[in-house]
Structures are given as C-alpha cells and as structure tokens.
Write a protein that binds this ligand. Structure first.
Ligand SMILES: [Zn+2]
Ligand SMILES: [Zn+2]
Length: 375
C-alpha cells in the first residue's frame, strides 16, 4: 500500500519506538463510564439540541417549528456528548490516562452519517469526528505535559456502523443490502478527515463484524491519505460474534487477517463481543500469522441478564496477564464493561512481560544470524 510519508513523523516514530519496548495499554469503555453519570434526555441535548434537533441546521432550510418532525430522542447518542457535555468526555479520557493508558480512543464510534441517521444528525459527522479527536488530543497533551517521559496517543475510532455491506438484514431477501460499499466509503471518508483534522495520531477501524465494511473504511482512509500526501498508522480490530469463532461475515481470525493484510496495518486485533477467556484461541492465531502488532481489548466478560458485565479488574487482569506471559500481545485494553480500575489492573498485570515479537522481526533476526554465520 501506501509509501506516503508520515503526516506526523515524530508522533509515529514515538509510537513505534514505544511498541518495541513494551506492551502498550489501550483505554477501556467510554459507554460504561458515561452510564455512571445517569444523564437524562436534556443532558444529552444540551443547549444547541434542546429541541431534539440541531438549532443551527435544518435539512431543507425550513424554519424548525412545532410539529416539523425533526425532533428525535438523543438519549443514548453518546457521541453527541462530545459537543453537549465535553467536560464529561474529557474527564473520562483523563481518568483512563491516569489509569495508565498509552492510547485513548476518541468518542466517535457512531460518528458516521450512516449511524447518525438514527438520530437525524447526519450533518454532524465531520464536526463530531473533529471535535472528538480534539478532546482526546487535549487530554493526551495535558498528560504528556505533566509527564513528558510518557507519550500518549490519540486513536481516532471508526466504528462498524449499524449496517452490513455483505449480508442482507432481511432473511426473505438474501440479495438485499441495506448499504453499499460506496456509501460506506463516502461516510468513512468524511469521518476520517474529521479525525485527522482534529489531531488523531492513529486511526482504528474497530469492532469489525463485516470485513467488507472494514474494506470500505480502509479504502476511504487511503483516499484521505492520498489527498494529503501523508499517512497515519492504522489499526484494525475485528469482533468474533459466534461460538464457532467467526466474524458476522463468516471469517475466522486467520481469514480476517489475510483478507486485510494488504493494508499493512500497524496492528491487527480483536475486541468486544466476548470476554478475554473466550478470545484467547483467536488472539493466539493472530499472534502466529500476523506480521503486524497484535492487540486485544475484550469486554468484561459476557453480558449478564441485566446487560451489565461482571468480570472484575482482577479477573480480567489475571486472564490478560497470561496472554502477555504467553507472548501474544503488543497492545491490550478493554471494551464494554471495562473501567479505569480494569485498565489499571490490566496495565499492572502485563507490565512484567515484554511485547510479542513480530514474525518479520524473527525472520530479520534469523537473516542477520545467517549472515553472521556466512561471514
Ligand atoms: Zn424541523
Ligand atoms: Zn465492546
């Protein structure tokens, strides 16, 4: 793929240097921390969206009024909080940085036109990505200023969207698709540009359940890099959604890697859906086949009857500490149900172990050894 130079060489090199030295820590769940604030509809809406739509914008330039039909419930639209409750989002980022996270994820999981359509706020995609990256950037910059020896990186998150490009949502119409590759490409391009403009150090195509969606995201990212003549490191993280160990679009972890390998990501990994224990076999496969860094950020176990997550920081730390001991990890963090307490415990558990050695590195070392023998 890309032979473009780094957009920000100092940051990209600092990240690679750090990865060579240790297992890096990714933050935990944003949603779980937002829940603790028990925000109501008015809190989600804030001033600007007090009436359930964006006061500053009307799709057909009509004057909003009673019964114009634009009002939507915004409760649960966590990404909107970047604009309406920025202090809360920034403080969550800071709590994860205090817990030891090297990388924090932007609050942009659903900030694509595709997902924002559920809230009637498609027009905010660019703004939410840019503002989300800025907030995370500010939190990272403050942490670095307080401790210059510990670099902190902003991971610009591109979520899977609520639609799948390779499967029909309607069992009676198997040929039907709710979205096309090209529609996804356009949506991801807008989100990517926002994340880059807001100061992301890395981009992560996350919680991939449909590899075709991920390919659209990666295609859009390449377009954005080409337009700038420079690139950022890219991470990819898939999600295993069933007991047979496959993604929703039917791939094993190994097939997932080989179908995305051409994009030469900085890291490939698995997150969400399962707890750490159930992910182990699949992370192990990635660790064997991938000539990229391997990451995982599992949920705090499977959801319980109330939709919550039960694994304690100690539970997760014990399981993920073993992953590290087995040499499977380059980056580790948490997904649904994880908190700063989980991240601190995980960071502590993996700190004793060196990062996984990449297969290419093994090969390069072997080549050097051969040369020495030949000399
Ligand atoms: Zn209206
Ligand atoms: Zn999750």
């Amino acid at each position: 793929m890309s032979t473009l130079p780094w957009l920000n060489p100092t940051r990209a090199q600092a990240l690679q240097q750090r990865l060579a030295e240790r297992i890096l820590i990714i933050d935990g769940a944003m949603g779980t921390m937002i829940q603790r604030h028990e925000l109501d509809e008015a809190a989600y809406r804030g001033e600007r969206f007090a009436h359930g739509y964006d006061r500053a914008y009307a799709p057909s330039e009509h004057a909003h009024g009673d019964g114009c039909g634009c009002a939507r419930d915004q409760r649960g639209n966590n990404d909107l909080l970047t604009l309406t409750q920025p202090d809360i989002i920034r403080s969550i980022h800071s709590q994860y940085l205090d817990a030891g996270a090297d990388l924090i994820e932007t609050n942009t999981f659903n900030s694509t036109t595709v997902s924002l359509a559920d809230y009637g706020l498609e027009h905010l995609a660019g703004e939410l990505n840019q503002a989300g990256a800025r907030l995370a950037r500010a939190a990272c910059d403050a942490a670095e200023a307080a401790n210059p020896d510990h670099p902190r990186f902003v991971v610009g998150v591109l979520g899977p969207t609520s639609r799948t490009a390779s499967l029909s949502p309607d069992v009676n119409r198997p040929g039907f698709r709710a979205i096309t590759f090209d529609e996804l490409r356009v949506a991801y391009r807008e989100a990517t540009d926002g994340l880059i403009d807001g100061g992301a150090d890395v981009l992560m195509v996350e919680t991939v359940f449909d590899t075709l969606n991920a390919k659209a995201a990666l295609f859009a990212i390449e377009e954005a890099f080409d337009a700038r003549g420079a690139r950022l490191p890219v991470m990819i993280s898939g999600t295993i959604t069933d007991a047979s160990g496959r993604t929703l679009s039917g791939q094993t972890a190994e097939a997932f890697w080989y179908s995305l390998r051409h994009s030469q990501p900085l890291a490939i990994g698995l997150n969400c859906a399962l707890g750490a224990k159930d992910l182990r076999a699949h992370v192990d496969v990635l660790a064997q086949v991938a000539d990229a860094n391997v990451s995982t950020h599992p949920n705090a176990g499977l959801p319980n009857a109330f939709g919550g997550y039960d694994e304690t920081p100690e539970d997760m730390a014990a399981v993920l500490g073993e992953f590290a001991q087995a040499g499977l990890l380059n980056l580790v963090g948490g997904c649904c149900g994880t908190t700063p307490e989980h991240i601190a415990a995980i960071a502590e558990a993996v700190s004793a172990y060196p990062p996984r050695v990449l297969p290419t590195l093994v090969r390069a070392q072997a080549d050097d050894a051969d040369k020495e023998l030949a000399a």
